[in-house]
Design a protein around this ligand. Structure first.
Ligand code: SF4
Length: 363
């Protein structure tokens, strides 16, 4: 049975670890440079949040520890975090437990330790196999460290990697994938927010025609290797689609987020934790803002999230009210959208300009 056919909706837990060896030039995530001694206060607040925050489900289906760089922090602190989670939730039949790692901090000992606390999926932040691109991006690791990290995994491991594409002048050569047991690839087009160091240094993302060419080449390389797209940025060998991430694209799924900047959702409310690491620590993990989700917002969200997936969006009565069908028809005619059995989805060409099309067809 495919992992995605398991019972739905999913009840997922996300934990944010905001520490990294250094800051990448394009980064707009909530994270800070890790120094010995600056993680203890954070983990005290995180564990307090897990212990004290109201929960809205008991049995967890998935856990995802992301960041930041979870592999940069001490296993002891991750161990106490997992201990608190397992005290608060029934994790006896988890369907997936993922941890993010970066090549420079991946070690055999850490991987064994993660497995010992239940991790069964590893997400490695490769980004590029080209040292020149890694340098532009300000990544702290080199190709040599990527190879060393990839060699720590065996064929039985469920390994996913992140890749960034659209970096000026460099085509992603992904043939290295053939040498390692990689089951899943997440690909992100380089985007630069103002105030990021790379933006301030005058770097600008490449124009549309370059991006389009590289995009189709990347798709071809992934398809050739047996990866199938199931979401705008995600490709998997059959049966290795991420259960946790798939839940974010289903508005019926609930999730509990812990740590700075994490969000929780119980289908009626969205609760957002503070984005400030200092405030998060000083409040003992208690600074959060709740926002109720109204019906209109919920429908629009459902459209946006479902349209990210290859499966697409079932166009029911309630959804119809939010779509401009004249525009939908014209995108279908121009080959950006497809409508089949009352289900609307993006074509490969359409995914490339997904955000633009969505803002155009939504009321
Ligand atoms: S590793 Fe990720 S979170 Fe950390 S600085 Fe780089 S992009 Fe940001």
């Amino acid at each position: 049975m495919s992992r995605l056919q398991a019972p739905s909706p999913n009840r997922g837990i996300y934990v944010h670890i905001p520490f990294c060896r250094s800051r990448c030039g394009y980064c707009s995530f909530v994270s800070q440079v890790h120094r010995s001694g600056n993680e203890e206060g954070y983990f005290d607040a995180l564990c307090a949040e897990i212990r004290e925050k109201e929960t809205f489900f008991e049995k967890a289906d998935t856990i995802y520890i992301g960041g930041g760089t979870p592999s940069a922090v001490s296993p002891k602190n991750l161990e106490r975090t997992v201990y608190e989670l397992k005290n608060r939730y029934d994790a006896s039949s988890l369907r997936e437990f993922t941890i993010e790692m970066n090549p420079e901090s991946a070690t055999r000992e850490k991987i064994s330790f993660y497995k010992s606390v239940g991790v069964d999926r590893f997400s490695l932040g490769v980004q590029s196999f080209d040292n020149r691109v890694l340098k532009i991006l300000g990544r702290v690791h080199s190709r040599r460290e990527i190879v060393r990290a990839l060699e720590l995994f065996g064929v039985e491991d469920n390994l996913t990697i992140d890749l960034i594409w659209g970096v000026t002048g460099f085509r992603q050569n992904i043939s290295f994938i053939d040498d390692y047991p990689i089951k899943h690839v997440s690909t992100y087009l380089l985007t630069l927010e103002e105030k990021t160091p790379l933006f301030n240094a005058g770097y600008r993302v490449k124009g549309d025609s370059y991006v389009e060419k590289e995009y189709f080449m990347l798709l071809e390389e992934l398809y050739k290797r047996g990866f199938e797209r199931y979401e705008v940025s995600n490709f998997a060998k059959r049966g290795f689609e991420s259960v946790h991430n798939s839940a974010y694209w289903e508005t019926d799924s609930v999730y509990a987020g812990y740590g700075v900047s994490a969000a929780s959702y119980d289908t009626k409310r969205r609760i957002q934790n503070t984005d400030s690491i200092e405030d998060y620590i000083s409040s003992g993990g208690r600074l959060e803002y709740a926002e109720s989700v109204d019906l209109k917002k919920n429908s629009i969200e459902k459209i946006m999230l479902s349209m990210r997936t290859v499966k697409g969006l079932k166009v029911t009565g309630e959804i119809r009210e939010h779509l401009d069908f004249n525009k939908v028809d014209s995108y279908v005619k121009s080959g950006k959208l497809r409508m089949k059995s009352e289900t609307l989805s993006f074509t490969e060409r359409g995914f490339l300009i997904m955000n633009y099309v969505l803002s155009d067809i939504l009321f």
